[in-house]
Design a protein around this ligand. Structure first.
Ligand code: MRU
Length: 344
């Protein structure tokens, strides 16, 4: 089984998701700047995985600080966190994980720099281990929503590659299958970065899960034909009212699901829920390079000089979301109350 992000004696090791499924290459990052670059360039991607990588990057950054003076350590550590936080703006798990690391530093500012370094490493390892456990719990709750024989559509990659392991949306699918149900998957290819074609198809095929790849514009046709029983996607940030930011194209799938009376589920850990943001329109949406749209696998597929837009995420209004699956259970409307209740 592959490892998405791993803490090793040599540094932080990540499977390079940019080159999957063609080659399975692992890259080792020995300093926090390398980890920040890997997040920005999408060597590692997916909200929970980004959080885990950032935590490990912060631990690595902490370890490399030379000074034993607590005040200098604090200043330099906060700078490490700042660099890691400036990598990608939408997935709130990144900021959630960095805050956990900063909180450890703040709580233990009198224990000495050497001890604090060890605590930071321990916190990053805990975030990693907890993420896998959380995905499994989410899977147990969400798996019950699928009946035996269901075909489930998913968008982007919310699997083991997008988390420390097991996955959010794909974790729900995995759990349903592990409970003995026959579940088939339709995977949207997910232009422009092709997380569905390259990553979801790859990891589900590796697991022997019955998976059919479609291009994004085929989802409506499949639904009309009665070939899809439910949709399950992950999330990058969920506002207090249940609006969901996820990979561009998710909103379109949600509208299609509503039109065809198919349940639209979102699976996400509590670390993806941002109660400070009231509505989805306040969620910062990352705009990525135009090259992701004009080129496929390095080959230009559009005329030179054409104007391009490339928002990496969209926001699905809460009205279109049938339920949000978390590690603490399944939340339904009204989301303001249900989501807040998860933190009480
Ligand atoms: O740009 P990406 O590949 O980081 O976007 C990933 C997604 O949108 C996922 O669906 C989301 O992070 C949930 S992952 C469990």
């Amino acid at each position: 089984m592959f490892k998405t992000v791993e803490w090793t004696r040599n540094g932080v090791v990540m499977i390079d998701q940019r080159v999957l499924p063609g080659v399975e290459v692992y890259r080792t990052y020995k300093d926090y700047k390398g980890v920040a670059g890997a997040i920005k360039d999408m060597v590692v991607r997916g909200a929970p995985a980004i959080g885990v990588a950032a935590a490990m990057g912060a631990a690595l950054g902490g370890l490399k600080i030379r000074s034993n003076d607590p005040a200098i350590f604090k200043k330099e550590f906060l700078n490490v966190c700042k660099v890691l936080a400036a990598t990608r703006p939408t997935a709130v798990n990144l900021f959630w994980a960095i805050k956990r690391m900063k909180d450890v530093a703040a709580r233990n500012d009198t224990c000495g720099v050497a001890a604090l370094k060890m605590l930071l490493v321990a916190e990053a390892l805990a975030i990693h281990a907890q993420d896998i456990a959380i995905c499994k719990r989410m899977g147990r709750h969400g798996g019950k929503l699928f009946k035996n024989g269901y075909t489930v559509l998913t968008h982007c990659n919310a699997g083991a590659l997008a988390t420390a392991g097991y996955g959010t949306a794909l974790g729900v699918i995995r759990a349903a299958i592990e409970s003995g149900k026959k579940i088939k998957v339709f995977a949207d290819e997910t232009r422009p970065f092709l997380q569905g074609a390259r990553l979801t198809a790859w990891e589900l095929q590796k697991d022997g899960i019955d998976t059919t790849l479609i291009t994004d514009n085929m989802a409506g046709y499949m639904m009309k034909k009665g070939l899809i029983n439910a949709v399950v996607v992950g999330a990058d940030r969920i506002a207090a009212n249940g609006d969901v930011a996820n990979k561009i194209g998710t909103y379109t799938v949600a509208i299609l699901a509503r039109e065809h009376r198919i349940p639209f589920y979102v699976a996400a850990p509590l670390s993806t829920i941002d109660l400070k943001i009231k509505h989805g329109d306040r969620i910062p949406i990352e705009e990525r390079s135009s090259k992701e749209v004009t080129h496929i696998q390095g080959k230009m597929v559009a005329p030179k000089g054409i104007k391009v837009k490339n928002p990496a995420f969209d926001v699905t209004p809460n009205a279109l979301v049938s339920a949000i699956i978390t590690e603490k259970g399944v939340v339904r409307k009204p989301y303001v109350k249900g989501l807040k209740g998860l933190f009480d």
